[in-house]
Design a binder for this molecule. Sequence first.
Ligand code: PNW
Length: 464
Amino acid sequence: MSTFPDNFVWGTATAAYQVEGAWNEDGRGPSIWDTFSHTPGLVANGDTGDVACDHYHRLEEDLDLLAELRVGAYRFSISWPRVQPGGSGPVNAAGLDFYQRLVDGLLSRGIAPVATLYHWDLPQELEDAGGWPNRDTAQRFAEYARIMGEALGDRVRTWITLNEPWCSAYLGYASGVHAPARTEPAAALAAVHHLNLGHGLAVQALRSTAAKDAQMSVTLNLHHIRGVSEADADAVRRTDALANRAFLGPMLEGAYPADLLADTAGVTDWSFVRDGDTAIANQPLDVLGVNYYNPTLVRHWDGKGPKETADGHQDGAASPWIACDSVEFVRQPGPYTEMGWNIDETGLTELLLRLHRDYPGLPVMITENGAAFPDPVSPDGRVHDSDRVDYLHRHLTAVGEAIAQGVDVRGYFVWSLMDNFEWAHGYAKRFGIVRVDRETMERTWKDSAFWYRDVVTSGKLPVG
Ligand code: PNW
């Protein structure tokens, strides 16, 4: 039985575009995800975030739901175009008011707000000006961070600048399966840099506006990468540089890894990195946010025969893996979730141990972990999602194992509080511990929600 530290933070997570809806109400401006989802053929079933979970109109009900779950913290994201419709210039008071009510509603229920500034919904006007490959976007992001620090800095004690810049850069600008659907590898690497720079500038803006004791963080979807055999060491090194050290390097060490620059030299000369940029990206952080779903398995590819692309991108289609032509992504043994992602919690323990070794003294929190399953409603009206309970149990055991081995893990957030808009997959993939009926918007606790409430209230995992 795993027992967690007394001050361990238990939470659930969502993101603005995935739950809020109200896409064109109260002065909200359009984001790149509105444009993406309104473009026929890009999202499964033609789904959009126009209504999503209608969270914008059901705030009180959802706050009560969180209170009934007994979570100590809630990780949400702020919609930049709701606050600053054009991504720069005037603030939309009605948009800001929504987040004031959200934060106040959490605090009045004894739930700690964990605010993510950017979970992928870039104001469309900024994309029209070049998006993340454009340096100015980093400056605009810092300005927006200052606005939020001034508005909520007295009440929000944990700030996350970016969610998964890996997805923003590589899925948005290289493979194009996320907004803004561009397939330009050089631009994707420029986006990597301006996300790193924007992160650093945003931390500076928050430090000067938020409470002195506020915790600064960033959430990375670090890949735990394994090679099939020792002959695949270069494939591991190469993918680790692109996926992990491209962010860990500047943010935590103040420099890009030399091997990343060498690997990608044929794609870009990195001339967009100016003197002093990586020092700005390298702001002291109080805690590192880690999202974990599954490990990655790679093998050296000799160029012969069909290539495995088990990371989800189609062979022949644009790849998020820039300068990784020599790498094959190998299908891993099951079982799998509804996303086709394999279930293997050992990668989480190993990833946490690596971070502890490479960045001793930097606490970690798991800002997302969870699984999509079909979740049929049973004749008894309930959702018996024992596969999700098993997934969460395994991964929490893996977190407990890392803690036992000395890793300073401060908290854990289930992805997600409720079924929501799963990006290019639309509503077909359900990650919630609470079910959302797409017709009525009714919220129904799945078995995993009851299970999680018990874990949260007891601070330990049930036996078996
Ligand atoms: C994360 N990939 O997204 C996000 O932070 C959430 O918004 C999302 O709902 C959740 O994980 C589940 O997918 C990812 O293709 C999306 O590797 C795609 C990938 C990874 C993470």
